[in-house]
Write a protein that binds this ligand. Structure first.
Ligand code: FE2
Ligand code: FE2
Length: 356
């Protein structure tokens, strides 16, 4: 049995015990490809009289398949409604962490709110000082003194993805309601926004296949969604432009997080994910059409990071457009053989004059 211990800064045994139940990344037996009980347990450790005390998580015998495929008497398969468009390897490797500097007051507010959210996420995922990147370049620096563990990464991915799936749905819903209430066309924004939230949910479902959240994590997710949904709902009604900018900054964080994880895998700090017997969940293989021989954790994160880079480019671009009248350039056909915009490679988004 393998066990990964996550050292936290928390010295209070009660708090540490709570954190220990936040998530239980259990790489299931079948999932790691082993026939006997190999388990990567996420266990918060407490410095206790100079020693360390591990808090047990879900027993190995309690492993369960989350949302198993639902088969009925007549239905064989329910395919994805929005099939993934796919990427070339070159596209995925071209993604880099980047930051669009704030140019307006609205940008500045969005950026500051994002900094607060990032601080909260670092805190709740138990990130220590030596695991953080340079404060001056929080979305581009990738060097840390110490790596995170697989358990910490999964906790971070889960939290990030559960949050990231909200804005597209809120924005799409509000634009849909506006269109049917005011009897106006939407010019193609709704589908892109809803597809973005669908894509984020696929990220979350993929990670959920690798870990089992405990009751504390589940409560945190419910609480975070309640606050975040309502905040975004109001924010999008007041200023959709600033909200798209905020989501652009959120996606910068996502690209940064996944870039850091890829680097730590490449540097050999996450051995469980580099294990040749490690295979990514079926749901991911099917959704991204991951080819045989390209199904490692690093490959999976490369796909997810490319998705985040798309969201980053799309939202920064949408934040530059006239919210009421402009068509969505990402679903538009261009005149004179002009190529459509490629958001993954345009980290700061397109300016209005570049795409209309
Ligand atoms: Fe995501
Ligand atoms: Fe995203």
């Amino acid at each position: 049995m393998l066990s990964a211990k996550v050292q936290t800064n928390i010295c209070n045994p009660k708090q540490a015990a709570r954190l220990s139940r936040v998530v239980t990344p259990l790489l299931q037996n079948y999932y790691l490809g082993y026939s006997t009980g190999i388990r990567v347990g996420f266990v918060a450790s407490v410095q206790h009289n100079g020693g360390s005390r591990a808090f047990s998580t879900t027993p190995a015998t309690n492993f369960k398949e989350f949302f198993p495929v639902k088969e009925t008497e007549h239905i064989r398969l329910t395919p994805a409604v929005w099939p993934h468009h796919g990427y070339t390897e070159e596209e995925m490797l071209s993604v880099v962490p980047a930051h669009r500097p704030a140019k307006t007051w609205g940008d500045w507010v969005a950026w500051k709110v994002m900094r607060t959210c990032r601080w909260g996420m670092d805190f709740f995922t138990g990130m220590r000082k030596d695991q953080k990147v340079d404060k001056a370049n929080p979305t581009t620096a990738v060097d840390t003194i110490k790596p995170l563990t697989e358990g910490q990464w999964l906790l971070r991915f889960l939290f990030l993805e559960s949050i990231a799936g909200v804005p597209g749905m809120v924005a799409g819903m509000l634009r849909h309601l506006h269109s049917i209430r005011r009897l106006k066309r939407d010019n193609g924004w709704i589908e892109t926004l809803l597809e973005e939230s669908y894509n984020e949910r696929m990220h979350l479902l993929t990670f959920i296949k690798m870990c089992e959240p405990g009751w504390f994590m589940k409560i945190m997710l419910i609480g975070a969604q309640g606050v975040y949904f309502n905040a975004l709902f109001l924010s999008y009604l007041i200023s959709p432009k600033v909200t798209h900018r905020f989501v652009g900054y959120l996606e910068e964080e996502a690209v940064h997080t996944y870039t850091l994880a890829i680097k730590q895998i490449e540097d050999g700090h996450l051995p469980k994910w580099s294990d040749p017997n490690f295979v990514v969940p079926d749901i991911a293989v099917k959704y991204w059409h991951m080819p045989e021989g390209k199904r490692t954790m690093k490959d999976l994160i490369l796909y997810i990071r490319a998705d985040e880079a798309c969201h980053r480019g799309v939202n920064h671009t949408l934040g530059n457009l006239n919210q009421k009248e402009d068509p969505n350039p990402f679903v538009s056909e261009y005149k004179d053989g002009q190529n459509p915009p490629r958001p993954a490679l345009k980290a700061e988004g397109y300016e209005r004059h570049e795409v209309l």
